[in-house]
Design a protein around this ligand. Structure first.
Ligand code: DQA
Length: 147
């Protein structure tokens, strides 16, 4: 199995960006750790970050037939992008939404996710562990589906 990992806008700034909220690990640290974890879980991961909504949509569309699932931190597009939600719905790949911070205990505008209703589930609030927990949950889900 192969999982497409998508990081949305401003996540390239991880480690430098509001470290009291998002922590000190860089995006490269996260991608390397996901790569290591993927070997334990016996899956392939392919990581991509973009600050552009259309690029993320192109990557989701291109995932069809190439990957079996999507792990996504849509960043602020979580709260605004019907287009990213529609792209995920159109490829019908099982998707897990992750966030470093607990969006539900932050500003009200972060409480709503356009992605959550079409995701298998959402993991938030565990810092970089949200990604690792998300990948584990997704791989477990795929194995159960394919059993
Ligand atoms: C985030 C939460 C979003 O509200 C915010 O816009 C981000 C990061 C997180 O990982 O905690 O860019 O997705």
């Amino acid at each position: 199995n192969s999982v497409l990992v998508l990081h949305g806008p401003n996540l390239n700034m991880l480690g430098k960006r509001e470290p009291e909220i998002y922590g000190s690990d860089t995006l490269e640290d996260v991608n390397v750790a996901l790569g290591t974890l993927s070997k334990d879980l016996n899956v392939l991961v392919s990581c991509y970050q973009s600050n552009h909504e259309g690029d993320l949509i192109d990557a989701i569309q291109a995932a069809d037939g190439k990957h079996q699932a999507i792990l996504i931190n849509p960043g602020a597009y979580t709260h605004t992008s019907i287009a990213i939600r529609d792209a995920i719905a159109s490829v019908a790949l099982p998707t897990v939404e992750v966030h470093l911070s607990n969006i539900h205990k932050r500003e009200a505008f972060r409480h709503h996710s356009y992605i959550a209703p079409i995701a298998i589930g959402q993991i938030c609030g565990f810092g970089v562990n949200s990604y690792y927990l998300g990948l584990r949950a997704l791989v477990d889900y795929l194995q159960k589906c394919q059993a």
